[in-house]
Design a protein around this ligand. Structure first.
Ligand SMILES: Cc1cc2nc3c(=O)[nH]c(=O)nc-3n(C[C@H](O)[C@H](O)[C@H](O)COP(=O)(O)O)c2cc1C
Length: 214
């Protein structure tokens, strides 16, 4: 993997005076799951290159089943929708449950439907990094493909690199540090892809006013 030029991206953030806002969504109900650890490592890399970040995980995602015909929303659901609306870039991470995206993560993503009438609907105009974990390669890779399909359905721009993590191997330590050089480097590259694209979209959008953001 190529090394990151963290310096030049940070300088780009300073030049535009606007730090891209990157929202990470995913994990499991269990605090400190490997899926959550992967998101935290990616967000930390995004911060290093000048992004402002927000993590929605665990209890933030324990929402009632999404029901379009019932417009009442719990505060956590309103927050999720608002954070996606504000986001310049998104990172999604799901464990592979029975061969696909977990119910927790998919239900949270279903709430993005509430952005369908926005000027910038769903994930439109935003880079979306995707990460899938599994207790084996088959589940992780299958879930990664499912996530990529979801991003396309929501009109987002999946980053070139998507990451499949086999948690049967030793990847993170108890403190959440990534102890796999390969996965660590991939998480940095994914963060850079999201932040770089977000920067470009932000400058284009502010030049044209085509995509108003909050
Ligand atoms: C209900 C359930 C279903 C699962 N199904 C699969 C599966 O189909 N394939 C797989 O590789 N792992 C499966 N797993 C394992 C998780 O994907 C694995 O634990 C994943 O790495 C998440 O780790 P984490 O909980 O530390 O984030 C399943 C786990 C649970 C709880």
């Amino acid at each position: 993997m190529p090394t990151l030029d963290m310096g030049s991206l940070s300088r780009a953030a300073e030049r535009t005076g606007q730090r891209p806002y990157i929202v990470a969504i995913g994990g499991t109900t269990r605090p400190n799951s490997s899926t959550e650890k992967a998101l935290k490592v990616a967000l930390s890399a995004a911060q290093t290159i000048g992004a402002e970040t927000c993590l929605l995980t665990g209890s933030d995602l324990e929402l009632p089943m999404y029901a379009p015909e019932r417009p009442e929303r719990v505060p956590a659901a309103l927050r999720l929708v608002d954070e996606v609306r504000r986001a310049d870039g998104i990172i999604l991470a799901s464990p592979g449950y029975h061969g696909s995206v977990s119910g927790l993560v998919k239900n949270a993503i279903d709430y993005v439907e509430d952005l369908s009438k926005d000027a910038l609907p769903y994930f439109a105009g935003r880079p979306v990094g995707i990460i899938a974990t599994g207790a084996g390669w088959q589940g992780a890779v299958q879930t990664l493909i499912a996530l990529r399909g979801i991003v396309h359905a929501l009109r987002g721009w999946p980053t070139p690199l998507g990451i499949a993590i086999n948690t049967a191997e030793l990847v993170f330590d108890m403190e959440g540090r990534c102890i796999s050089a390969k996965i660590g480097s991939q998480l940095e590259v994914l963060a850079r892809e999201v932040v770089t694209f977000a920067h470009k979209e932000r400058s284009l959008a502010s030049a044209s006013d085509e995509y108003p953001r909050k």
